[in-house]
Design a protein around this ligand. Structure first.
Ligand code: URA
Length: 225
């Protein structure tokens, strides 16, 4: 297991919820990080990890008591979600997570954000956003599998806050994160929570995470040939 950089490690358990590093999760990571993985295997197994992340993200939302009767006449002292939700994938890689979110929460409103680095200024630039009109009343699952420098994540969170979403109602669901990205988001937005399945060692000179996974969007959508 890699040691987590202290700059990101200090947020663990408060702002950052790292999935339990079970053998099963590490075996799934082994399948998808392999540079020789076939695309269908990449899609299948990254989807399995994303499903775990979505469930962990839902676990951070408010629940209320809700008793039900079982088929044998017993009462189960249950719980149900006590929040209106909305998913917001960051195009394009975030759309890989939308598929899994829709499978778990069919009917949930889904917004969209497209933010990319401007080739001239090198700063994140908003190209497109479509969000539910009542997003300020909702808890939001922001979906982006890659948290590298944090530029896109910070710009996405800012956009959602501008639309009235409250910081503590925002859960950023992420596949792998660089310490730099974790620090950028947590320092700027101390009440936003991040769910991730791995914190990587570092960024390389091209802002790719190491050991990393390569270009997630290209590998998922098959545009890397
Ligand atoms: N985006 C990716 O797809 N991979 C990285 O490692 C960093 C950003």
């Amino acid at each position: 297991m890699t040691t987590i950089a202290p700059s990101a490690g200090k947020y663990l358990g408060t702002n950052v919820h790292l999935l339990p590093q079970t053998d099963q999760l590490r075996a799934l990571h082994t399948l998808v990080r392999d540079r020789n993985a076939r695309r269908e295997d990449f899609v299948l197994h990254s989807g399995r990890i994303i499903r775990l992340l979505i469930e962990a993200g839902l676990n951070l939302l408010p629940f209320e008591p809700y008793d039900i009767r079982t088929p044998v006449g017993g009462t189960y002292p249950g719980l149900r979600l006590a929040a209106e939700l909305c998913g917001v994938p960051v195009m394009r890689a975030g759309e890989s997570m939308e598929t899994e979110l829709r499978a778990v929460c069919p009917g949930m409103p889904i917004g969209k954000i497209l933010i990319q680095r401007d080739p001239v200024t090198k700063l994140p630039r908003l190209y497109y956003a479509k969000l539910p009109a009542d997003i300020a009343e909702r808890h939001v699952l922001l979906l982006d599998p890659m948290l590298a420098t944090g530029g896109t994540a910070v710009a996405s969170v800012e956009l959602l806050l501008e639309h009235g979403v409250s910081e503590d109602r925002l859960v950023f669901v992420n596949f792998i994160a660089a310490p730099e990205g974790v620090t950028a988001v947590c320092e700027r937005f101390p009440r936003v929570r991040i769910v991730t399945s791995s914190i990587e060692r570092r960024l390389n000179e091209n802002a790719y995470m190491v050991p990393g996974i390569g270009d997630f969007g290209d590998r998922y959508f098959g545009t890397d040939t």
